[in-house]
Write a protein that binds this ligand. Structure first.
Ligand code: FAD
Length: 742
């Protein structure tokens, strides 16, 4: 039967943290429901795809990392397509759609995807569906969901068009040719066309408008199953003794409840919903197919041959010093750590470098999870993870970060991010393992189209962890394989070097703020960030506090695993005679301490050399509580290493000395930059200088960027667009560089 041959399309993803990959996999999984075959590959799996010969539509899902770079696994691809030797119509035959993922808190929003798209267009590839630019700053799903909803129709349109173009082309050729023999490609084209048409016919009654719709429409009962238990006539509501009875307050049973109780219970929370959501029919995502078999094996001992620490690039180094930089009454707690890297000559680093710290999940949380899964007695068993033979998941693989021979305890401690915020697909799968009907319904709500606002409010915005969710839904009892499929890799945390090897041979310094998550629905007490909380606990007995001069003394401080991050571009100018400006409020000052230590050592080595002017814009809340590295910065100034130190205090009544009645007192670094607009723009636009920004990505980096645009506008007397272009070209020349996080 010809219609058994399904039309194919290609999905290529470039993913840093797994989000683009999981979206790409989701598309591949849904393809079959739409009568299509998806060929899924990562952009670095070059043996699996060939764009030079591709005749099917290609869907790119590409995230962005660092300072607007494509993800690591897309770098080679970008390099290849950027080759100047490619003919200008290299991708003339290619039909593509692209979804770019980014975060507007960073200046180069979606630049990974944009870079690929720009080049595809230059090489004459044709777009068959408008590009989506999804913003993690407000929630990827705001753009991703509607983009996915429209994708299927677009792919089918592209397939039809490509097939009819090809048929027309073949017919033309056939007419031109005197040959009577048949062309072997004709049947294929006809098959493709036929199957596509058949499928479209079949689907005419199905709402292909969204990925949610397909799940709901696949069976009429799917929707009714997902109505509240009350409207389905379930008795689950009345028998449910927890406060969550308010889930169905307007259902017949609940209407009988005392009005006062009703009033009290009408607040929504992580575990409870209120009308209209509690009464709504739900469109939930399709259930993700399971693809891993996980078994536990009792062994005498597990030789942990896998795990994150077997790479040559990861070093186990002692912490040789720890100081709290902020006073006890400061809003944020900043800590300074010194690592002794003298035993690792491989760890030579340069100013501007950042490095990864490998932190474990908290022991008590791992313990809670083991208990919750009923696996506490098997913690030392060996975990065997294999691919399910019967899986329908496209391109399924055992994730590379799951080692082959480790104990269950090791897996949950070092490999899986058990604090990750559960994605909707995970919630959907968890609902299948939830016994209590009210809890199950709530999980379905949280992953449904109708429950999107609740998901944002109770899960995404408070960064609710998987474990916190599990504790809030006590009847949810997922198998270990589900966790292994859905929990992402436990990522190491990057930190910027706050020292120079020239000044501190064999030592590496860094500074961090303790991250604090407040209590929320589902989190009875606040908690600390994973890595910052872990480091704090490690060093706490040996910490030196502000005002106390003694070192951490004889207290033996522990070792941590670290590795350097390659590909750093955040470096002081290679020509030391060029001036540069550093903008680093709070812990953003860290790399600049390294820059200045290096500069000072270079000046001492060669006093006759010409060194460009240096400026540092620093900001904090209070001069006497959280002015990090104050003494060191002031001594850089007194020795002429730092020519201009501009500091502002956002919460102090009195600003810095420069403030006069006619000039407003600067509150934040961008205000201080504006006060020195002339000098800053001269350095950037006339003297070939550099500007570096480091620290908070959410507000500061954006505000500084806008201020720079304003300054260029005024100084050059140009309009907004021209000023933005000028700044963009500084960025391209790598003279305006950012190292931002948050
Ligand atoms: P997690 O448990 O992972 O929680 C992090 C979450 O908390 C984030 O998703 C965010 O939503 C939220 N959050 C709230 N405040 C912050 C904040 N200040 N930073 C990060 N996340 C926050 N941090 C430093 O303190 N000093 C540095 O020198 C430094 N250098 C970095 C260099 C690079 C290249 C990058 C990418 C990040 C850098 N960071 C730095 C951030 C650092 O890697 C961690 O993200 C941070 O310490 C929080 O880790 P955690 O495990 O404690 O928090």
């Amino acid at each position: 039967m010809p219609c058994e041959v399904k039309p194919r399309f290609v999905i290529l993803y470039g993913s840093q943290k797994g989000q683009a990959q999981s979206i790409a996999e989701g598309i591949a999984e849904e393809a079959e429901e739409h009568g299509l075959v998806a060929d899924l590959s990562c952009l670095d799996q070059i043996e699996k795809y060939n764009l030079e010969k591709e005749t099917a539509p290609v869907v790119f899902i590409v995230s962005t990392t660092g300072d607007g770079e494509p993800p690591d696994n897309a770098l080679q691809f970008v390099k290849r397509i950027k080759k100047k030797t490619l003919p200008p119509d290299h991708y003339k035959h290619l039909c593509y759609a692209l979804l770019a993922l980014g975060d507007t808190n960073y200046a180069n929003f979606c630049n990974g995807g944009k870079t690929i798209e720009r080049r595809l267009q230059e090489l004459e590839a044709k777009q068959f569906y408008a590009t989506g630019y999804a913003d993690d700053g407000i929630g990827l799903e705001v753009v991703v969901d509607p983009w996915l909803a429209g994708l299927w129709k677009a792919i089918k349109g592209a397939l039809s068009k490509m097939a009819s173009d090809r048929t027309a082309h073949i017919k033309e050729n056939a007419a031109d040719s005197a040959k009577t023999t048949s062309d072997s490609s004709i049947p294929d084209v006809q098959l493709n066309l036929l199957s596509l048409t058949d499928h479209q016919d079949c689907e005419s009654c199905v709402d292909t408008d969204s990925k949610f719709a397909s799940a709901a429409s696949s069976s009429a009962s799917a929707v009714s199953d997902l109505r509240p238990a009350s409207s389905a006539g379930s008795s689950g509501l009345a028998s449910h003794s927890r406060g969550s009875a308010s889930v169905f307050t307007s259902a017949p049973q609940a209407q009988a409840v005392d009005a006062e109780v009703l009033h009290v219970e009408l607040a929504a929370s992580l575990t409870c919903s209120i009308p209209p959501l509690s009464e709504s029919a739900l469109n939930v995502p399709a259930l993700p197919p399971s693809y891993l078999d996980v078994s536990l094996q009792e062994v005498d001992s597990v030789e942990e041959i896998g795990g994150p620490f077997n790479k040559e690039t990861i070093h186990n180094v002692p912490i040789s010093g720890a100081v709290q930089l902020t006073r006890g009454d400061s809003v944020k707690t900043a800590l300074f750590l010194e690592l002794d890297i003298s035993a690792c000559p491989m760890m030579a680093y340069r100013p501007g470098d950042s490095f990864n710290v490998f932190c474990p999940n908290r022991a008590e949380e791992v313990d809670n999870l083991l208990h919750r899964l009923g696996l506490q007695d098997q913690r030392n068993y060996r975990v065997n993870v294999t691919l399910r033979k019967d899986t329908t998941k496209k391109g399924a693989q055992v994730p590379a970060y799951i080692p082959q021979s480790v104990s269950l305890l090791f897996l949950l401690t070092w490999c899986l991010e058990i604090r990750s915020v559960p994605k909707k697909a995970f919630l959907r799968a968890l609902a299948e393992h939830t016994g209590d009907s009210v809890q199950k319904r709530r999980l379905q709500e949280l992953c449904s189209k109708q429950g999107a606002a609740d998901y944002n409010q109770y899960v995404r915005d408070p960064s609710l962890s998987f474990l916190e969710l599990l504790i809030s839904f006590p009847s949810c009892s997922p198998p270990l394989s589900l966790l292994t499929e859905h929990l992402p890799k436990l990522q190491p945390r990057p930190y910027s070097a706050a020292s120079s090897c020239l000044r501190h041979p064999g030592k590496l310094h860094f500074v961090f703020n303790m991250v604090e998550f407040p209590a929320s629905s589902g989190r009875p007490a606040g908690r600390r960030g994973l890595c910052t909380g872990w480091l704090f606990d490690l060093i706490n007995p040996g910490l030196v506090f502000p005002g106390k001069a003694e070192s951490s003394g004889s207290t033996a401080l522990p070792k941590i695993h670290v590795s350097f991050r390659p590909g750093c571009t955040f470096r002081p100018p290679s020509d030391p005679s060029l001036p540069f400006i550093m903008v680093g409020p709070g812990t953003g000052v860290a790399p600049f301490i390294g820059f200045l230590q290096q500069r000072e050592a270079e000046r001492q080595k060669d006093p006759e050399a010409v060194f460009g002017e240096t400026w540092l814009f620093f900001g904090c809340r209070h001069r006497d509580r959280d002015y990090l590295f104050r003494e060191e910065l002031e001594s850089f100034v007194s020795r002429g290493t730092l020519n201009h130190l501009k500091v502002c205090f956002s919460r102090d009544d009195r600003g810095e000395e420069e403030s006069t009645p006619s000039t407003p007192q600067p509150r934040y670094v961008q205000h201080n930059l504006m006060l020195h607009s002339q000098q800053v723009t001269d350095i950037l636009l006339k003297h070939n200088g550099y500007l570096y920004v480091c620290g908070d990505a959410k507000n500061m980096a954006k505000d500084v960027n806008e201020t720079l645009v304003e300054m260029i506008k005024t100084e050059l007397q140009v309009d907004q667009l021209d000023a933005m272009k000028r700044l963009a070209s500084l960025r391209e020349e790598k003279r305006y560089l950012q190292d931002i996080w948050g």
